[in-house]
Design a protein around this ligand. Structure first.
Ligand SMILES: Cc1cc2nc3c(=O)[nH]c(=O)nc-3n(C[C@H](O)[C@H](O)[C@H](O)COP(=O)(O)OP(=O)(O)OC[C@H]3O[C@@H](n4cnc5c(N)ncnc54)[C@H](O)[C@@H]3O)c2cc1C
Length: 395
């Protein structure tokens, strides 16, 4: 341990706490590879995708090639990385756009994970390799028009009819819905909530994309309608019954979101820092004003803290010491602070902050969705509140 007095040293404004040194070479390699992919394939066009309101589906096989889909799962063509490595990839993807990261989260953690964790061997063999390659796109249908934070009130049903299952109901706000080949749909059965693998070409299954969104515009969000959708008996996921099935998938996805929000915040901080050093008013760079430096430093601290929190929770997950409430802590904290960072950066950029020429307002609008999906800020508050008091406050 060094006994040297603390003396000034060179500090990287973009990695102030030298968090890089906490990563091993493999983690850095994955981080850098995804960073380069985002620089090459996302950043040049993402403002146009956002403006046009479309997700570039052609990226899916490229992401598959990079091993980003079902990244932290083992076997069946998946990359089998650690949780931290998956998280670092999410940070880089969301530095590009929350829509890009949402695609990867939904594909890997919400559509592939339930098949991987609760599917039969035949189901895994049939679906996972194509999904890992990005040739087959999946979505996850839990939320309904009248069942959001309270998925236990879902109305979608699956009833036995001879050897088949027949599904009726609707799902709302489903990421990737309109571009999916397969949906994992959660429905109420006589035995409890169960997951079903629904090929999207099945008769009675229709999709309506949701338009006029001002957030997550470079991502497809849809309504799924199930009208007497008849599925064979082996379409059900045999390994889980009850809400713990979908909730376990949400824990996986929320973990990636926790890391992802730090990427969005970092993009906003970097943009504001560069702008503040360059932009002059009153004959000086605006970064020389105390009030602006205060804002830059608040952003700096938030970004570094978010990464440290995510990394710590990631290490807990990798060593098997994680509780879902830890992930709630991370999602609650990194998303709300990312939103604050984005709003602050927007202000530092002045009028330029409202255009898509800079990434900030795009991230700011996206983060409003991220704040709400995968458990709202309030829901995560209640999960942590229950954990520390032993008292449930949902109802
Ligand atoms: C862009 C986008 C993509 C999405 N993708 C998917 C997807 O792929 N699959 C999927 O299944 N769902 C998806 N969702 C749905 C998302 O998970 C829900 O929006 C979320 O769970 C909140 O539900 P809700 O919108 O119905 O809000 P509500 O549950 O109606 O909540 C409204 C408000 O009430 C608060 N509230 C609710 N209950 C309590 C309580 N007990 N105490 C205190 N406050 C409470 C909430 O925190 C919130 O502020 C997506 C949503 C968006 C916006």
């Amino acid at each position: 341990m060094s006994k040297q007095p603390v003396s000034p040293r060179r500090v990287d404004p973009l990695d102030f706490l030298d968090i890089d040194s906490l990563l091993d070479p493999q983690e850095r390699l994955i981080r850098d590879t995804v960073r380069q992919f985002v620089r090459d394939r996302v950043l040049p066009d993402v403002a146009d995708w956002f403006e046009e309101g479309r997700f570039p589906k052609e990226l899916a096989p490229e992401m598959g090639e990079l091993g980003l889909l079902g990244m932290h799962l083992d076997g069946y063509g998946c990359a089998g990385t650690s949780s931290v490595e998956y998280g670092l990839a999410c940070t880089e993807l969301e530095y590009g756009d929350s829509g890009t990261r949402s695609f990867v989260s939904v594909q890997g953690s919400l559509a592939m994970f339930p098949i991987w964790a609760y599917g039969s061997e035949e189901q895994k063999q049939e679906w996972l390799p194509g999904m890992a390659a990005g040739e087959v796109i999946g979505c996850f249908g839990l939320t309904e028009p009248d069942a959001g934070s309270d998925p236990g009130s879902m109305r979608t049903t699956a009833k036995r009819d001879g050897g088949d299952w027949v599904l009726n109901g609707s799902k709302m706000w489903i990421t990737n819905g309109g571009i999916s080949d397969v949906a994992v749909v959660w429905a109420r059965t006589d035995e409890g909530v169960k997951g079903f693998i629904v090929p999207t070409g099945t008769k009675g299954y229709t999709v309506n994309d949701i338009h006029k969104k001002l957030s997550l515009r470079a991502s497809v969000t849809s309504e799924l309608v199930l009208d007497d959708v008849r599925l064979p008996g082996d379409a059900v996921l045999p390994g889980v019954t009850g809400l713990k099935g979908p909730l376990s998938c949400l824990s996986e996805a929320r973990f990636g979101i926790m890391f992802g929000a730090v990427g969005a915040a970092r993009a906003c901080y970097e943009s504001a820092l560069a702008y503040a050093i360059e932009r002059e008013q009153f004959g000086r760079p605006i970064g020389s004003f105390q009030l602006i430096q205060r804002q830059l430093v608040e952003m700096l601290v938030a970004v570094n803290r978010g990464m440290l929190v995510s990394l710590h929770i990631g290490r807990l997950k990798d060593r098997g010491d994680i509780d879902p409430a830890h992930i709630s802590f991370g999602k609650f904290d990194t998303v709300r602070t990312a939103l604050e960072v984005a709003r602050t950066a927007r202000s530092v950029l002045g009028a330029n902050g409202i255009t898509l020429e800079y990434p900030v307002i795009r991230h700011m609008n996206n983060l409003e969705s991220v704040y709400t999906y995968e458990g709202t800020n309030e829901v995560h508050t209640l999960i942590m509140g229950q954990k520390i008091t032993g008292l449930e406050a949902f109802g």
